[in-house]
Design a protein. Structure first.
Length: 450
């Protein structure tokens, strides 16, 4: 591989700089995150929600797979509403209606609503946010609204009927939506924008894009396309960064000349499983796409009672990760004997065992996600059911088992370099191409490579 070592050095430098910036940004995000008050109260002192309510509401959001139906702050699926924007919009509408019926002063109802929503009433000493009587009444009305949505007697819009049957869970879920809406409008101390830079936008609430959001969006776009352009420029301008001019004729060996090891023969079962997973993912993707065209039914059948949209989308995303991971494992198992020149003892039984473990993780996690979203799991939902992440919905137990399987494959199946001969591709090709310049004499473990 006559590739310059400067590509490797440039990649390392990019990783260092890039992850340093990401680390700084992560620190700033956690350092400047909006407060989650211990209590939200009305002017009369009535407690509307607590910090525990918000946290439990977030767990309800995750447990029932709402991330794969709607979204919060714009993150999630888009068949359902963005719950932050929905709560904010309805709150602004209902507050405007109340203030139109009971005008105070010279300010219009709309101006009064904008001012109230953007006023940050958080008291750090008491760890309390105080809302007006009108806003408190609006919040109670939102609880009733979400009760009618998530415990509807009929399925609608791809969502299952009687989705969340516990009224207390719906109250906690509403408290979570309310907190996200509060962070999107309450002005951050010392600034003219909210904790989320007025995201999501909502004219009734006075949420419009801030100059800071525009500035950093432009900077990020310039950095992306400018950096890509620089890489392409250096690649084409300087030969010492290119792949070299040396070419070799490649002859493909006939299949009959290739002797397969036992583990390589067992890889065919991996291919069968990955094909099945790919087929199932395609079916789930087609169903999810059909929900957008015809949310109410599926060619005359109300399939949302059995396979609602959020389950279909969850499985679609998870299966794509699973069949790619399974293909990665199969490729590694097949390539190891070709690189090492031999098959390690016991590799064929291990391949079958790894395949069985993969099947358990895949179908166990899919069943757990279904049970969690259907409300069949209680306290064990986090470990066996649906974590509710945007891409990795599978329960934490299945996630741990998947990671263990990948590490186990890496430790046992990939040959150990110190045992390889000097002609081994595992040693000389990657290390010589990354650490040595063309023409240099580099001493590697097991021999010398030029």
């Amino acid at each position: 591989m006559p590739i310059s070592s400067r590509w490797f050095q440039g990649a390392i430098l990019t990783y260092i700089v890039g992850f340093s910036i990401l680390g700084i940004l992560a620190y700033l995000v956690y350092e400047q995150q909006p407060p989650m008050p211990a209590r939200v109260a009305s002017e009369s002192g009535e407690t509307l929600s607590t910090r525990d309510d918000v946290m439990r509401g977030m767990n309800v959001f995750e447990r029932y797979g709402l991330m794969e139906y709607g979204s919060v702050y714009g993150h999630g699926a888009y068949l359902g509403p963005d719950f932050t924007a929905e709560y904010l919009h309805k709150t602004a509408e209902w507050l405007t209606h109340q203030y139109q019926e009971n005008p105070v002063g010279v300010s219009s109802a709309g101006e009064r609503v904008m001012t109230e929503l953007h006023q940050n009433t958080y008291d750090a000493i008491r760890d309390t946010v105080t809302w007006s009587a009108a806003r408190a009444a609006t919040h109670r009305r939102m609880v009733d609204y979400y009760q009618s949505i998530f415990y509807s007697r009929v399925s609608r819009g791809g969502a299952q009927a009687r989705w969340i049957g516990d009224s207390e869970e719906i109250r906690e879920l509403t408290a979570f939506f309310a907190w996200t809406a509060w962070t999107s409008t309450a002005n951050r101390p010392g600034t003219r924008g909210s904790y989320t830079n007025n995201w999501p936008p909502e004219p009734l609430a006075g949420n419009s894009v801030t100059p800071e959001a525009v500035t950093w969006s432009v900077i990020s776009i310039i950095g992306l396309f400018g950096g890509t352009g620089l890489v392409l420029f250096f690649f084409g301008r300087y030969d010492w960064l290119g792949w070299g001019e040396e070419t070799r004729q490649v002859r493909l060996r006939p299949v009959t000349e290739v002797a397969l090891a036992s583990a390589q023969r067992a890889v065919v079962w991996f291919l069968v499983v990955t094909s099945v997973l790919f087929f199932l993912q395609t079916l789930c993707g087609g169903l999810a796409a059909h929900y957008r065209a015809e949310p109410g039914n599926f060619f005359g059948f109300n399939i949302s009672e059995i396979l609602p949209y959020n389950i279909a989308r969850t499985w679609h995303v998870q299966l794509s990760i699973f069949w790619v991971s399974a293909s990665f494992l199969a490729t590694a198992i097949f390539m190891v004997p070709l690189i090492a020149g031999r098959e390690r003892k016991g590799q064929a039984p291990l391949t079958i065992a790894l395949l069985l473990a993969l099947v358990v993780v895949v179908f166990g996690s899919l069943a757990g996600e279904y049970a969690s979203i259907k409300g069949w799991l209680s306290k064990e939902w986090f470990w066996l059911g649906d974590q509710g992440w945007e891409y990795l919905d599978l329960g934490r137990l299945w996630q741990i088992l998947l990671i263990i399987g990948l590490f186990f494959m890496g430790d046992y199946l990939i040959p150990r370099y110190e045992r390889e001969t000097r002609g081994s591709t595992a040693w000389n090709a990657p290390l010589a191409s990354l650490l040595c310049r063309p023409g240099d004499s580099c001493v590697l473990r097991g021999g010398t490579s030029r």
